[in-house]
Design a protein around this ligand. Structure first.
Ligand SMILES: Cc1ncc(COP(=O)(O)O)c(C=O)c1O
Length: 381
């Protein structure tokens, strides 16, 4: 038999796949994995269908369809008032995941340290391990899930090559504000550190807050990469299209890896997105749309024995279940899926230490009807 030397010996199926499978098996309501149970806008689907039937089926340019990169640059100007060069500072990727993976592959070398703000989305650490980088976790504290920059600064060494941040944050729903970026700018000034800013939930922000993108900080941006996802923005997570924005000197290196990783992303979806993105109404309604969903689910949680940790952004909300059970979080999520027919995600999996805090995550990118049904189960827990 062939002898394998696994590059990722500790990686199995992700918790998201696991909980969705369990949810299907037990016919539970699935508030675990982060995807909507509704369709993308019909207009967008028609555009995709138009382009697939009208000749956009061959390789797109390596960096992305020109019209889409121009629409993205226009959108960034429109929202953040920042000029971004569509030719040299934007690359279209196969979702946020590939943008993150390619960034780590391009910039982290063997032995380099990468500070990862945890709890963290699951694709960061395996990518760091694959390139022989060293993960240096910084744990945010529950229930605020804010970054204490003085504490984080203590983790910086002369081997630090990258810092990964995420705002709005999965899983906690916390957001980074202007003060955070000002402090970050001071901490990494004149240091050979790249900030990888995962902003896939940029439009999912509530209570009148405005998303603070790293793009807005010119000095910081010189050593930064921002990652976005059309899947999260336009309810089409299965299409896997996103983009990375960075200064041209970084982009040159990023594209060297991108070119031999995916080469280019499917052309008909890119052409459709290029048109669809031109109308700012297609994303400006999102904060309100998701805030209503957040409020609906939160109102049920507030009437239950679960303790709500309010979500400021993303489509996730955390709950403390310690008044309901003493089980470790994964056991509790499995129990709730099997016995109460409601699937969630345990939070310990987002920490490399496996920290146990009796917290679970619900995804509220669901129809009102499903949120009501889930809420009725939550109320009776
Ligand atoms: C924080 C975060 N980053 C990146 C991604 C990946 O985005 P995409 O589906 O576009 O690859 C996700 C998806 O759940 C996420 O939650």
């Amino acid at each position: 038999m062939i002898k394998l030397n696994s590059k990722l010996p500790n990686v199995g199926t992700t918790i998201f796949t696991e909980m969705s499978a369990l949810s299907n098996e037990y016919n539970a309501l699935n508030l675990s994995q982060g995807f909507p149970n509704y369709e993308p806008d019909e207009k967008l689907r028609e555009l995709v269908s138009f382009y697939i039937n009208n000749g956009k089926n061959q390789y797109a340019p390596m960096s992305g369809v020109q019209a889409l990169r121009e629409s993205i640059a226009h959108k960034i100007k429109n929202i953040y008032n920042i000029p971004i060069n569509p030719n040299s500072e934007i690359t279209v990727t196969a979702g946020g995941t590939q943008a993150i993976f390619t960034s780590i592959l391009a910039f982290v070398n063997k032995g380099d340290e990468v500070i990862v703000v945890e709890p963290a989305f699951d694709c960061y650490n395996p990518a760091i391990e694959l390139v022989g980088g060293i993960i240096v976790p910084y744990e945010m504290k529950s229930p605020e899930f804010q970054i204490d920059w003085q504490e984080l600064q203590k983790l910086i060494s002369d081997k630090t090559r990258m810092l990964i941040i995420n705002t709005p944050h999965n899983p906690s729903g916390s957001i980074l504000k202007n003060e955070d970026f000002e402090k970050l700018e001071i901490i990494i000034k004149n240091k050979n550190i790249i900030v990888l800013s995962d902003e896939v939930y940029e439009h999912l922000i509530f209570d009148g807050e405005k998303h603070c993108s790293i793009l807005k900080y010119p000095t910081l941006f010189k050593q930064s990469i921002a990652v976005f996802s059309f899947g999260k923005t336009f309810h089409c997570t299965g299409w896997k299209v996103g983009y990375a924005v960075m200064p041209s000197n970084l982009m040159e290196e990023f594209r060297k890896v991108h070119q031999f990783n995916v080469f280019s992303v499917n052309s008909f979806v890119q052409n459709a997105l290029a048109d669809y993105l031109k109308d700012s109404e297609h994303y400006n309604y999102l904060p309100n749309f998701y805030q209503q969903k957040r409020d609906l689910l939160s109102s049920y949680i507030n009437k239950s024995r679960l303790k709500l940790i309010p979500s400021r952004g993303s489509y996730f909300v955390l709950c403390d279940y310690s008044a309901v059970s003493n089980l470790p979080d994964k056991d509790f999520s499995v129990w709730m899926t099997k016995e109460k027919k409601l699937a969630s995600i345990p939070i310990s999996v987002f920490y490399s230490s496996g920290k146990q805090e009796k917290l679970i995550r619900f995804c509220f990118a669901k129809t009102e009807d499903l949120l009501h049904q889930a809420g009725q189960i939550i109320e009776k827990l």
